[in-house]
Design a protein around this ligand. Structure first.
Ligand SMILES: *Cc1c(COP(=O)(O)O)cnc(C)c1O
Length: 414
């Protein structure tokens, strides 16, 4: 079910026509549907009903406080990768005891902060990190709950930039080294071995690699148990894919089914860390056409959103559907949809057939994940506003940045 649909020829977010949002809040503007955000989380809840499970939303996909707050109120936990994200979760009313901390480069300060707040678990990604965490926990007289992030070495068959579970990338501990590192962790006085974690990649459309990873994780878990190292939880990561164009991802229940089948009869708590799956299709980027430019070889629709607002096309050559907000015109022309940023890589879509005129609004679809979160101020462009629609009401959940804010921290030499 989509929460962005045409009504009387105008694209709406739930009950609010997008032109209304553009008029009130300007463009470019991210628009999210509250119902869409909560619908996906509810799918996870239903698929995991009857199990001891925790869904930890991967904050990096979209860290707006209002979204974190909606998820916190719906009972979610959080997967964070920085002290900044932890501060956001707490500011949004999230429960630190439901937070897992991932990432290869946790600083001593971030470890102290997370220990002080009493997070659920550190997903430790190297031997060096384990030593540092043990030291820091000792200094603050705490025991750090840990899981080792193990690299199950399965090919998720996704884009190489977003594949993370193969040998040879920077994430996690090699499968063959995990046992020895767990034995070592057992001997450390300030860590408490709580679980095991893996995350094999992103935008996964087939659950088979994740099920294979789960198998390998279970094999390791059983070997650890045989040595007296009993794990209390299994964190199977995120990565569940969504439809951007013509992909046919399984439903949440369909994706989880083969994984949960492997876990039948297990007593450990199960964690998942979905990011994109919860927010990707719950948001769009609303933009206005500044100019139509008819070149010798190509036609350009130059819009007021750019790669600094939505980097995925430039970064991964990612596809986002681009829909005209008004459905009136019928004569289509093929356009390169590009932004004003001074880079040839600044495009939002290539060769799109659009029936549009200057000043028209376009909706860049499936922009809820890794959109605003990856935005920058390149070309001294203020970041877009963010709006959440709930029924027939629209709420600004982040003001558009001002130019003054962009250089407020800068100083010239005396
Ligand atoms: C990025 C990431 C996720 C979320 O990935 P999605 O593809 O957005 O679901 C989960 N866990 C870890 C460790 C990550 O790095």
């Amino acid at each position: 079910m989509s929460f962005f649909v045409y009504r009387d020829g105008t694209l709406c977010a739930e009950g609010v026509p997008l032109p209304q949002i553009a008029a009130a809040h300007g463009t470019p503007c991210y628009v999210y549907s509250r119902a869409a955000l909560l619908a996906r989380l509810e799918e996870f809840r239903q698929a995991l009903a009857g199990r001891d499970a925790l869904v930890c939303y991967a904050v990096k996909a979209n860290s707006n406080l209002a979204i974190l707050n909606l998820f916190a109120r719906a009972g979610a936990g959080f997967d964070i990768v920085s002290g900044g994200e932890l501060a956001r979760v707490v500011a949004a009313g999230g429960d630190p005891s439901r937070v897992v901390f991932s990432g290869v480069g946790k600083s001593a300060d971030e470890m102290r902060q997370a220990l002080a707040m009493g997070i659920f678990c550190f997903n430790v990604e190297s031997a060096a990190e384990l030593e540092r965490l043990n030291d820091i926990a000792g200094q603050v007289v705490k025991r750090a709950s840990i899981a080792l992030r193990v690299n199950p070495d399965v090919d998720p068959k996704t884009h190489p930039y977003i594949s993370t579970g193969l040998r040879g990338n920077k994430f996690g501990v090699a499968y063959g080294e995990a046992l020895a590192l767990y034995r070592h962790a057992r001997a450390l006085p300030h860590v408490d071995i709580a679980g095991i974690a893996c995350h094999i990649g992103s935008q996964l459309l087939d659950p088979a690699p994740a099920a294979e990873a789960a198998d390998k994780i279970l094999t390791l878990t059983d070997r650890l148990a045989a040595e007296g190292i009993a794990l209390r939880h299994l964190d199977l990561g995120g990565g569940i894919g969504i439809r951007y164009r013509d992909e046919t991802p399984p439903s949440v229940a369909g994706y989880l089914a083969p994984i949960l089948a492997k876990l039948a009869g297990r007593k450990e708590k199960i964690l998942f860390e979905p990011g994109r799956a919860l927010v990707g299709n719950a948001g769009i980027l609303l933009t206005r056409i500044e100019h139509l430019k008819h070149g010798e070889e190509k036609n350009f629709a130059i819009v007021d959103a750019a790669m600094n607002d939505l980097m995925r096309p430039a970064l991964y050559d990612a596809w986002h559907d681009i829909l005209p907000v008004g459905q009136g015109a019928s004569d289509t022309t093929e356009y390169e949809v590009v932004g004003p940023v001074c880079e040839s890589g600044d495009f939002l879509g290539h060769a799109r057939a659009l029936a549009v005129a200057e000043g028209d609004l376009l909706s860049i679809m499936s922009a809820g994940a890794y959109g605003m979160a990856m935005s920058s101020n390149y070309n001294t462009r203020p970041r877009a506003a963010e709006v959440i629609v709930d029924g027939d009401q629209a709420f600004v959940v982040r003001e558009r940045e001002t130019i003054e804010q962009l250089f407020a921290g800068e100083r010239v030499l005396p």
